[in-house]
Design a protein around this ligand. Structure first.
Ligand code: PMT
Length: 221
């Protein structure tokens, strides 16, 4: 019997959306359900990895054999990932991290006054790009959720964020992207590219990890 391909490896997976507070009762977020990230974590654990799931606010059960840490904002997610990064072997950034957050969090509930309201936003730190700039042994796997020019944007992200792989996701296709139980992706590495058919997120996650391990080690699965 073959040994489990990720035995002895420490894998970090981020999942779900982030929540960026406006005031004590309001926030900015997105449609990520966490299904893809939780499936990646479950797949990593089933392949033998010690798996840490860093999750934004979602309502999904934590897969068995996975250690979950819950966070709210992009800043909390960044700090939590950094705390576990040093001895990680693989980091998978499935989370849909907010690109912008309110410039300041109001201490009390904003009152309804004028017809129009402008909330000033400021850029969040790009977690994947931060990790890409500091990585040593870590294999860095990012996602790219796109609505157009999917492969081109994903390739740009691979280079700009210094990732080893990008999983490109056309979120306009039916049965793919946010909230669905299935996904359609293309796995893009520096020398490789593979298009996957529509698959349940759980099955797809295992295939993605096995394919990446195959490309990394040369062993077929
Ligand atoms: O959760 P589900 O409902 O199952 O949906 C799955 C999904 C569509 C969220 C998932 O498959 C997916 O595509 N996740 C990435 C979403 C995203 O934020 O993509 P992006 O193209 O904006 O970001 C590219 C990469 O940079 C991602 O790995 C992201 O985690 C990372 N990033 C982005 C911004 C930021 N501030 N820090 C980051 O690390």
């Amino acid at each position: 019997q073959k040994p489990l391909p990720l035995k002895g490896k420490k894998v970090i997976v981020t999942a779900g959306p982030t929540r960026e507070r406006i005031d004590p009762v309001r926030y900015i977020t997105n449609f990520s359900s966490g299904k893809m990230g939780y499936a990646m974590a479950e797949a990593a654990a089933s392949l033998g990895a010690e798996t840490i799931l860093i999750s934004g606010p979602v309502s999904l059960p934590v897969p068995t054999e996975v250690n979950a840490i819950f966070v709210e904002s992009s800043e909390e997610m960044l700090n939590t990932v950094l705390r576990h990064f040093e001895d990680a072997d693989i980091v998978i950034k499935t989370a849909a991290v907010a690109d912008y957050k309110p410039k300041m969090i109001l201490p009390s509930k904003m009152k309804k006054k004028s017809e129009e309201l402008t909330i000033e936003l400021t850029k969040t730190t790009d977690i994947l790009q931060t990790l890409g700039a500091m990585k040593k042994q870590q294999l860095l796997i990012g996602f790219a959720a796109e609505t157009n020019d999917v492969i081109q944007y994903a390739k740009d992200k691979l280079v700009r964020k210094n990732a080893d792989y990008i999983i490109a996701n056309d979120v306009t296709e039916a049965n793919a992207g946010f909230g669905t139980d299935t996904n359609i992706v293309t796995l893009i590495g520096n020398d490789f590219e593979k298009e996957f058919p529509v698959l349940p997120k759980k099955e797809l996650s295992k295939e993605l990890l096995l394919t990446i391990m195959e490309w990394e080690t040369g062993d077929t699965h």
